[in-house]
Design a protein around this ligand. Structure first.
Ligand SMILES: Cc1cc2nc3c(=O)[nH]c(=O)nc-3n(C[C@H](O)[C@H](O)[C@H](O)COP(=O)(O)OP(=O)(O)OC[C@H]3O[C@@H](n4cnc5c(N)ncnc54)[C@H](O)[C@@H]3O)c2cc1C
Length: 283
């Protein structure tokens, strides 16, 4: 059986190997020496070319990570091979997969037949480099009509919210990009970190996407989580279910988050920030 593992993120590759072992072909942008064979496709390879390359390897099992680009590759491979995808898999054994369902509230066990494409949820696992791994250079860079001349990291870098002890998180109810500064001042006063809901990060761009908390963002476990103008949809709650104390500030006393919070303040999010920031600073 040919198993191909691909991700632009090394941690996803390691996660996949921890599930299926080393007898796989690892397709990666730079050399990782993992798996039996490591096919190095270059930094500039585009999703379509990567998918084409993977399909050319005739995999029965294709495993990708869950970054946006990984998922695009997974979709393209599944489409080309006309096979189903099982997303957000956390465990694989025999021909069964356990995957996250109901926005992270449950796990479903599925039985599948090959060929199939699977995307995995990242785990923190260590996998040793295979010194006997055969490395193949298959540079797909430069096969595009558009060439990337330079890549710059986002100024914000990658914010790791998973270890933050205090998170001040903003939702659409904060009102505007300009109002984010009040939440930021509160976070600074409390020695906390700023996070946000998907609309605020991925849709409105008021905060960088790496601050998104929830099902498709980061899962957090702070001692204190202050949700400012966040309605509390299941996809957001999936990211904060391990928070110790949740304080919800919402002008709607019937917002769903109210049922999931330890303390509820019915009122305006910005006013709350201003008052609490001053109180904390004057303490
Ligand atoms: C596949 C999928 C994945 C998703 N993943 C995520 C994810 O990872 N993270 C995520 O957050 N969402 C995610 N979503 C989106 C999710 O379903 C909700 O749409 C989103 O969480 C709502 O964000 P919000 O609470 O900021 O906005 P809204 O739902 O619009 O809520 C705004 C809240 O602010 C309150 N409000 C308004 N004005 C004020 C004020 N002045 N002061 C105080 N409160 C005020 C309102 O009463 C309301 O409760 C996902 C959706 C899908 C389909």
């Amino acid at each position: 059986m040919t198993t191909v593992v691909y991700s632009e993120d090394l941690d996803f590759i390691k996660t996949a190997l921890s599930m299926v072992g080393e007898k796989v072909i690892v397709v990666s942008k730079s050399e990782v020496k993992l798996g039996e064979e490591n096919h190095v496709i270059g930094q500039e390879a585009k999703e379509e070319k990567i998918a084409e390359y993977i399909v050319g390897l005739r995999p029965e099992l294709t495993i990708t990570g869950s970054t946006k680009r990984d998922k695009t590759v997974a979709g393209l491979v599944a489409g080309a091979l006309r096979v189903p995808i099982i997303p957000e898999v956390v465990e694989l054994f025999d021909n069964k997969a356990k995957r996250i369902v109901y926005s992270g509230m449950g796990i479903a066990e599925l039985e599948f037949t090959l060929p199939i494409v699977i995307t995995v949820i990242k785990k923190n696992v260590e996998v040793k480099v295979n010194q006997n791994c055969k490395v193949f250079k298959a540079d797909l860079s430069g096969t595009e009509k558009v060439r990337i001349l330079e890549e710059k990291r986002k100024e914000s870098g990658n914010v790791d919210l998973s270890s933050a002890q205090i998170i001040v998180s903003v939702g659409r109810g904060i009102g505007s990009k300009e109002n984010i500064k009040y939440a930021e001042e509160l976070a600074n006063a409390l020695g906390g970190t700023l996070g946000g809901s998907r609309p605020v990060t991925a849709e409105l761009g008021w905060l960088s996407e790496d601050r998104q908390i929830g099902l498709s963002g980061q899962k957090v476990k702070p001692k204190l989580y202050i949700a400012l103008g966040i309605s509390g949809q299941p996809q957001h709650l999936a990211g904060i279910k391990d928070a110790k104390v949740i304080v919800a500030v919402n002008k709607d006393k019937n917002a769903p988050i109210v049922n999931n919070a330890d303390y509820i303040i019915v009122g305006d999010a910005v006013e709350f920030c201003k008052i609490l920031t001053e109180k904390v600073r004057n303490k």
